[in-house]
Design a protein. Sequence first.
Length: 94
Amino acid sequence: MALEDIAQGISDGLQGKTFAGSLKFDCGSDGVIILADGTASTDNRDTDCTISLTQENLVKLLTGKLNPMTGVMMGKLKISGDMATAMKLGKLIG
């Protein structure tokens, strides 16, 4: 699944929901997905919080197959920047 497709799915899921702040899913050489201004895009920019993970683990995270806290503890994802923004993501995808 391409990052553009994942970003489109996130954008569709954000309809009617609010997400204050900005968040970057950094999948390394595969690219990035930015959540900001009520949408998701693959245009890289600075954000309040960055979550670094593989594209495979991003899909698992978004589909509920990877618990965010477990992912952090197992080293499958790393969070940098504003932790409060990262915590809001749990409510958004939960």
